[in-house]
Design a protein around this ligand. Structure first.
Ligand SMILES: *Cc1c(COP(=O)(O)O)cnc(C)c1O
Length: 390
């Protein structure tokens, strides 16, 4: 039987068994609509309130500031477009970075068509945003700054505390996409000093199709969906109670196991990196060597197409990603690696290994066994690699 090894936890994670258990009753006997006033409705409402309290506790904030959405993409859209529309009388200028997730970048592009102006901050070779650069770009009419917490392609952690302080000094709203950080780093919205923060359930062993937007009290935001008065009239639509219960359980488990898991994953990732570097020449790491989430390792294998590596690993039952999952399949090099100044050929040859709960030492040893053969086979077929050697 072929081994199956999943090293794509930044794309999605399996639902934790305890999370699944917690969700089941809300698909069966406790199926009520949280807006109904009868017993069934009240049961759902209690579950909704308890979940909101749990999430709020984890983020160190008030339940009134927690809004449930359909995932990271919706949270990002609501944060960006919602604050832009509500504050357009104050100004039409937004600042973000060039390495954000497409949910942010495409929301910003949409706003540009609506007459907003957006600045995309450049990053250094490690993918870090420079706080001085942010300061320079701020204008009188800047209404929103959105910089992600940890990058989904190479794991670099942005200096969010420092950046949000600048936003606060100048009275500008600050949003961060923390989808990749939950369960890896302590996320405390007070310490981070942010006004809005996005999360997604399925990136930390919760279900797909459910997310959170933290909105600090007093932030002006226009809803994007209209209907009932759900989520304090900021996000209409019957609440996904099983999903919300699952997300709350997942956050509880992430909190409970974070320290233990974090150091275990760091060891696995380091072990894998050391073996690869010993066995394969011309490998380059993308992202910050220290300032990054421990579960993401992005490596460029000179002279080889990332897509070919993925297909060859897939034949061995190993699942990895090239660049971001959203851009794979296209021949464009990743916008993140390009922004970091990685040359196009090296960007095309990059692979994202993202480790998670199911991975063992045997898994990473097996991948480190088969990878050198694959790379050397592909390099023998590569005219570019041979040329660069001679
Ligand atoms: C996955 C991801 C999203 C999108 O979340 P979904 O719940 O899949 O819509 C947004 N931002 C980042 C950084 C992500 O990794």
């Amino acid at each position: 039987m072929i081994r199956k090894i999943y090293l794509d936890h930044s794309a999605t994670t399996p639902v934790h068994p305890e999370v699944f258990e917690a969700m089941i009753p809300f698909y069966k006997e406790r199926f009520g609509n949280a807006s109904s006033i009868h017993l069934f409705g009240r049961e759902a409402k209690v579950a909704l309130d308890e979940s909101r309290e749990k999430v709020a506790g984890f983020l160190n904030t008030d339940p009134l500031e927690i809004y449930f959405t359909s995932g990271g993409t919706e949270s990002d859209n609501l944060a960006i477009k919602g604050t832009a529309f509500a504050n357009r009388n104050k100004g039409k200028h937004i600042i973000t970075s060039s390495i954000e997730h497409h949910a942010i970048l495409e929301s910003c592009k949409f706003l540009q068509k609506e007459g907003f102006e957006v600045n995309y901050l450049q990053v250094d070779k490690y993918g870090l945003v420079n706080p001085d650069e942010l300061r320079k770009q701020i204008r009188k009419d800047t209404i929103l700054i959105s910089i992600m917490h940890a990058n989904n392609e190479m794991g670099t952690i942005e200096p969010v505390e420092e950046l949000s302080r600048i936003a606060r000094e100048t009275g500008i709203y600050f949003h961060t996409d923390a989808v990749q950080s939950i369960g890896k780093i302590q996320i405390d919205v007070q310490k981070l000093g942010v006004d809005l923060l996005s999360l997604s359930g399925h990136k930390f062993y919760g279900p797909k199709g459910v997310g959170v937007l933290y909105i600090r009290r007093g932030v002006r935001l226009t809803p994007l969906s209209h209907g009932g008065h759900h989520e304090k009239a900021r996000r209409a639509g019957t609440e996904n109670i099983p999903g919300i219960v699952g997300l709350a359980k997942a956050i509880e488990i992430a909190q409970r196991d974070m320290e233990k898991e974090e150091s275990r994953i760091r060891l696995l990732s380091d072990r894998f990196f050391d073996k690869v570097m010993q066995r394969i020449p011309d490998v380059f790491m993308n992202g910050h060597p220290e300032r990054r989430v421990p579960n993401i390792l992005n490596l460029s294998f000179k002279g080889v197409e990332g897509e070919s590596i993925i297909l060859n690993l897939d034949l061995k039952g190993i699942a990895v990603a090239s660049g971001s999952a959203c851009t794979s399949g296209s021949l464009e090099p990743s916008h993140v690696l390009s922004a970091m100044g990685v040359p196009p050929d090296l960007a095309q040859s990059s692979i994202r290994f993202s480790f998670g709960r199911s991975n063992t030492e045997e898994d990473v040893d097996y991948v480190a066994e088969v990878l050198p053969e694959i790379i050397s086979k592909l390099r023998k077929m590569s005219p570019i690699y041979e040329q660069s050697k001679s």
